[in-house]
Design a protein around this ligand. Structure first.
Ligand code: SF4
Ligand code: SF4
Length: 146
């Protein structure tokens, strides 16, 4: 196999613009660990957390659990001060923008960077750190409801 385009790492530092937590309809799919971490952080039981902050998304053959959005499409946890569950935020959020489909090629990375002003800026993540982000996503697969 040839070398991947991020052999020498990739720069990313969130600029706090809030775009990825708001603005457009989207999903934050949750793993079991995500649900339990946020529920514990908020002092809620698992089901209380799901009933209050989640929606079940019908994917056809199965269903998944996503965070709710407000009417303006902001994430339910987005506040003026930022993410209300930042310390326990879902893996999907904590690993952005190091997602498999974004890391497919330099082109897919640059395409994503058009909507995230933090990409190609600031802290340099090594290939090892990027791969750790990818692995942590795989190890925390979203809940699938059959
Ligand atoms: S779009 Fe990028 S810079 Fe803006 S909040 Fe999201 S991660 Fe941070
Ligand atoms: S959980 Fe936090 S980081 Fe994730 S989309 Fe919602 S506000 Fe943004």
């Amino acid at each position: 196999m040839g070398s991947c385009f991020y052999e020498k790492g990739l720069a990313f530092e969130c600029q706090g613009c809030g775009y990825c937590c708001s603005s457009e309809p989207g999903y934050v799919f949750l793993s079991e660990k995500d649900i339990m971490s946020m529920a514990n952080g908020l002092g809620l039981e698992r089901q209380q957390f799901i009933d209050t902050f989640c929606r079940i998304v019908d994917m056809g053959a199965f269903k998944m659990i996503s965070l709710k959005e407000k009417e303006n499409y902001d994430c339910i946890f987005l506040t003026e001060k930022g993410c209300k569950v930042y310390e326990n935020r879902p893996r999907q959020c904590a690993t952005y923008p190091f997602w498999a489909h974004v890391l497919e090629s330099r082109e897919t990375w640059d395409e994503e960077a058009r909507s995230c002003p933090g990409m190609n800026k600031g802290k340099l993540y090594t290939k090892k750190e990027i791969e750790a982000k990818l692995s942590s996503r795989v190890e925390n697969n979203p809940v699938i409801i059959m």
